[in-house]
Ligand binder design. Structure first.
Ligand code: NAD
Ligand code: WQD
Length: 346
């Protein structure tokens, strides 16, 4: 199939592009590069030995999106393009609502005009807010506590209404839990701009000596070791989850929602120990106050994705830490203009 990946130059998009190309699909990427580098796509081509097509395009630009669909016979779209920083969204709500919702609406209008109505949406476990129980099933109550999370919740509601109004649409929304890790080649990985908000990229930068120590945001939660518990999913498992979703669309009229997670919780300290095993060295850290807005425990019930998509996570947090460390240690400055390092053998 010809698959359009919006936001395909980003962290999850680049890894999803690898999975799609290796499965024999043709990949077209539309990305504004507001939070990524085209170099990531060159490395995707190196990893797979296959070419993809890149359009530097903003999904909120109707003309740019019309051009993409005019030039390619797209069969399905995976919509990853979006701004995703929770803290930034509370400071810049209008930017987040404009970008994330305008991109979705413009994309859907352009798809409809082109007669393309097979869509996978990148959603987030953040739509569950502070869950009443874990593991979290897809029919758990939804609530959001920040503008970013609300853009995901509103996106799902928009697609509910679209699929109800026009049964030709076949839509799957994937609620990602906490993606971590990198492709095992060490050629692509997470390349956060500025100070990382998320745990694992921050740990990786401490391990690389770019940050002095990790601040552990609270150890007084009602969890086994007192630190926050999350469902950390290897980004390559997340990538294969998109492949399974795209393959499933033909059998799935309407709008369906699936959790993509391991179904296992890992605490901050357990994650830190895992990364220390990957590097072979202790990682300096100290416990500080809780981060406002953080919840204690969040991990998925992934049974529906296993049942309907035939997907489940295969890799462990240790696998992800080893792969993240390989990426971090061979690309200390992320996707800079330096030529890519030789891929790690094996
Ligand atoms: P990322 O920032 O690496 O990738 C997003 C990509 O979208 C970037 O390449 C960016 O340049 C592009 N983009 C943003 N706005 C655009 C626009 N208007 N037009 C075209 N391109 C645009 O982030 P990621 O971690 O790869 O996330 C991808 C998707 O997954 C996002 O929708 C995000 O909300 C969602 N998600 C991420 C996580 C996570 O922890 N990383 C968890 C759940 C959901
Ligand atoms: C994980 C745990 C922190 C950093 C966020 C977004 C969510 C989704 C995934 C987009 C928590 C602790 C963290 C640090 C720490 N993104 N921590 N020190 O908050 O579960 O989810 O990313 O959809 O929307 O909210 O992930 O990695 O920020 O935090 O102790 O320097 O690590 O308290 O317990 P989170 P995270």
């Amino acid at each position: 199939m010809n698959v359009l990946l919006t936001g395909g130059a980003g962290y999850i998009g680049s890894h999803t592009a690898v999975a799609l190309l290796e499965a024999g699909h043709e990949v077209v990427v539309a990305d504004s590069l507001v939070n990524s580098h085209e170099e990531a796509l060159r490395r995707v081509e190196r990893i797979t030995g296959r070419a993809l097509t890149f359009h530097r395009a903003d999904c909120t630009d109707p003309e740019a999106m019309r051009e993409v669909f005019a030039r390619h016979d797209i069969d399905a779209v995976i919509h990853l393009a979006g701004l995703k920083a929770v803290g930034e969204s509370t400071e810049q709500p209008l930017r987040y609502y404009r970008n994330n919702l305008d991109a979705l609406l413009t994309l859907c209008e352009t798809m409809d005009a082109a007669g393309v109505r097979d869509l996978v949406l990148s959603s987030s476990a953040t739509v569950y807010g502070d869950p009443e129980r874990v593991p979290i099933p897809e029919d758990a109550p939804l609530s959001t506590t920040n503008p970013y999370g609300s853009t995901k919740l509103f996106a799902e509601r928009i697609l509910d209404d679209l699929a109800t109004a026009d049964p030709r649409w076949r839509i799957v929304s994937l609620r990602y839990f906490n993606p971590i890790g990198a492709h095992p080649s060490g050629l692509i990985g997470e390349d956060p701009q500025g100070i990382p908000n998320n745990l694992f990229p921050y740990i990786a930068q401490v391990a690389a000596g770019r940050r002095d120590h990790l601040s552990v945001f609270g150890d007084d939660y009602d969890t086994p070791d007192g630190t926050g518990v999350r469902d950390y999913l290897h980004v390559m498992d997340l990538a294969t989850g998109h492949l399974a979703a795209v393959d499933h669309l033909a059998d799935a009229p309407g709008h369906r929602v699936y959790n993509l997670g391991t179904g296992r919780g890992t605490s901050v300290l357990e994650g830190l120990r895992s990364f220390e095993r990957a590097t072979g060295s202790p990682i300096p850290h100290r416990v500080v106050d809780r981060r406002p807005g953080d919840i204690a425990v969040c991990y998925a019930d992934p049974a529906a994705a296993s049942r309907d998509l035939g997907w489940k996570a295969e890799r462990t947090v240790d696998d992800a830490c080893r792969d993240a460390w390989r990426w971090q240690s061979t690309n200390p400055d992320g996707y800079t203009e330096r030529p890519a390092p030789d891929p790690v053998p094996g």
